[in-house]
Ligand binder design. Structure first.
Ligand code: HSE
Length: 291
């Protein structure tokens, strides 16, 4: 039997819609895999009541199928589904890394990214590598049609998850179909600034580069209190604030030492909107680990 811990992730980071992603230190899914004649799945932990155990319908079932690696797979969810923190991607990433090792398949971490994405497509209906890539590789990832690039960045972050549900379907439906050329120019500038910040481990540049005027404003309307939570985090020292993935988690970048004040400002402000929330103080972290 093998145990794998795969971290939550935050995709988009504002200017990198469907491209950028980072691994967080916490929360994480813990997945145990043991060889079996056919795949069976058991799910416990955060939001497990919403996750099907049928291998045909669960993200890890498709991963086992793709690797021809039947197994009994126990998933202990630390990452709540529909959080914007790459919940299904964390399970898929852990299963891909675990089953590859269990069956000695010999795939590299990079090669496991599309395998895990195939699993994620089972639940989301749409395969994006922007969550599975950082959950497998760690750090900051840039996932494009031509592959994945990875940077070992270490930026302090606060991820604040309100107790509300935003369906990914709705969050994708509100994405504008068109952007103006000025917005394109601004987005390219911001994405380049953010990437430079990751290479330099500079939270100021990362926060500045998170600014996005195309997708984030449309999605913000789905998150009660988003604008005031964003303002409160910035006032408490965040260098940039945006929606994590499809939401409702709100993510802030910051300098070392200001995470606690930012987390408390975000929690209090959600509270003023009668929204309960929890905050994860984290840094950009490592990818899936086998124990
Ligand atoms: N980039 C996706 C979205 C997140 O924001 O809808 C899931 O991969």
């Amino acid at each position: 039997m093998l145990t794998v811990r795969a971290p939550a992730t935050s995709a988009n980071l504002g200017s990198g819609f469907d491209v950028f992603g980072v691994a967080l230190e916490r929360p994480a899914d813990i997945v145990r895999v043991s060889k079996a004649d056919r795949t069976t799945i058991e799910v416990t932990g955060a939001g497990s009541q919403f996750i099907p155990e049928d291998p045909e319908k669960n993200t890890v079932g498709a991963v086992a199928e793709a690797l021809s690696a039947p197994a009994h797979i126990q998933i202990d969810k630390g990452v709540r589904p529909a959080s914007g923190l790459g919940s299904s991607a964390a399970s898929a990433a852990a299963a891909a890394v675990g089953l590859n090792a269990l069956y000695d398949r010999g795939y590299s971490r990079e090669e496991l990214v599309p395998v895990a994405a195939k699993g994620e497509a089972v639940v989301s209906g749409d395969a994006h590598d922007d969550n599975v890539a950082p959950s497998i590789l760690g750090g900051f990832t840039i996932a494009t049609e031509s592959g994945v690039r990875q940077v070992d960045a270490s930026i302090p972050l606060v991820a604040c998850l309100p107790d509300i549900v935003v369906s990914t379907r709705d969050a994708r439906r509100v994405v504008p179909e068109h952007a103006r050329v000025e917005q394109l120019v601004e987005t390219v500038g911001n994405a380049a600034t953010l990437t430079t910040g990751m290479h330099r481990d500079d939270p100021g540049l990362v926060g500045e580069g998170m600014h996005d005027t195309v997708v984030t404003p449309a999605r913000a309307k789905l998150i009660d209190g988003y604008e005031s939570v964003r303002e409160a985090a910035l006032a408490a020292g965040a260098t940039g604030v945006t929606i994590s993935g499809a939401g409702p988690t709100v993510i802030a970048a910051c300098y070392e030492g200001s995470q606690r004040a930012i987390a408390s400002a975000m929690l209090d402000t959600f509270g003023e909107h009668d929204v309960e929330a929890r905050a994860y103080q984290s840094r950009i972290g490592r990818g899936a680990q086998i124990y």
